[in-house]
Design a protein around this ligand. Structure first.
Ligand SMILES: Nc1ncnc2c1ncn2[C@@H]1O[C@H](COP(=O)(O)OP(=O)(O)OP(=O)(O)O)[C@@H](O)[C@H]1O
Ligand SMILES: [Mg+2]
Length: 272
């Protein structure tokens, strides 16, 4: 197998339901889509809860979860499977999509815009009412098990984006747009995820709001909920707030920025 295989993982159906705080009606929409055998597309910025929502929903719906993270080397074989030489014999090995289709799992293709066009095309008959997967190399066509669900996601802020997904692909999905949570909800996430006090969580959220506003005016990455959760973990371990904010929030935002911007970001954060 190539070194560029997509990251894969499997969550068993009986795992405890991971914590997910809904921003709006996304849990209901997701449930209704999956129960109608419709595929789901999640669109939202980095660290806004896309992966967590899928983990939450799979556990809540008592379905196994198979994860593929797309990259520009993701081929059809990476998704569907390939023949491998094993002990002198040539054997077929199912890829993650095929396994999920056979077992009736949730198949989550993260960063789907990165997947190569030809690999995406094999998903078309799976993402509509045919719910079929054609395995050309095996000369087989599989009907997806009842509990199979296809979920894809991408971040629209990345260089490649919505326009790169063909209309024929996009228009198969129930599409749920996610964004960063409201201040109160984000505070609750920090308390639940890291065990931070409500006051300290409130301060981190206000710092994030100031940075998001300031960065929005200048252009650049906005701090994600993930960065705040990281900072919250350090605060719980006794790290001082300015050090935690610098290491977990300011520095990760600085890629390619001028030093002057770093100072401006620190000023925004420390004004809280
Ligand atoms: N609504 C939410 N409920 C609970 N936790 C959340 C929520 N949103 C974000 N988080 C927290 O933020 C972290 C990052 O979220 P997640 O990994 O789901 O982001 P993502 O949208 O998949 O980002 P990426 O596009 O970078 O993969 C989670 O591990 C969790 O701690
Ligand atoms: Mg993710």
């Amino acid at each position: 197998m190539s070194a560029s295989l997509p990251t894969q993982g499997c969550q068993q159906p009986e795992v405890p339901v991971p914590f997910y705080l809904p921003a709006a009606d996304e849990v209901d929409l997701f449930t209704a889509a999956v129960e109608s055998s419709l595929p789901v597309m999640l669109v939202g910025p980095t660290g806004c809860g896309k992966t967590r929502l899928v983990e939450h929903m799979a556990a809540r719906l008592s379905r196994g979860l198979r994860v593929v993270v797309g990259n520009d080397d993701t081929t059809t074989a990476d998704l569907l499977g390939r023949f491998l030489v094993h002990g002198g014999d040539v054997e077929w090995r199912d890829g993650p999509v095929t396994t999920a289709v056979r077992r009736g799992e949730v198949c989550y293709i993260d960063e789907v815009v990165e997947v190569r066009r030809e690999a995406m095309a094999v998903l078309h008959p799976l993402a509509d009412d045919r719910r079929r997967l054609h395995l050309d190399r095996l000369g087989e066509s599989l009907e997806a098990a009842d509990r199979f669900a296809l979920v894809c996601s991408y971040n629209p802020d990345r260089a490649v984006g919505f326009r790169d997904l063909r209309p024929a692909f996009r228009q198969r999905f129930v599409t749920i747009a996610l964004d960063y949570l409201s201040a109160n909800a984000e505070r609750e996430v920090l308390v639940r995820e890291a065990g931070l006090t409500d006051d300290a969580a409130g301060r981190l959220v206000r710092i994030a709001a100031a940075l998001r506003y300031g960065i929005g005016e200048r252009g650049g990455d906005a701090p994600s909920t993930r960065l705040l959760v990281n900072a919250a973990h350090l605060l719980v371990r006794g790290v001082a707030e300015d050090a935690a904010v610098e290491a977990c929030v300011i520095q990760p935002l600085l890629h390619g920025r001028e030093r002057a911007d770093a100072t401006a970001l620190r000023e925004l954060a420390m004004a809280i």
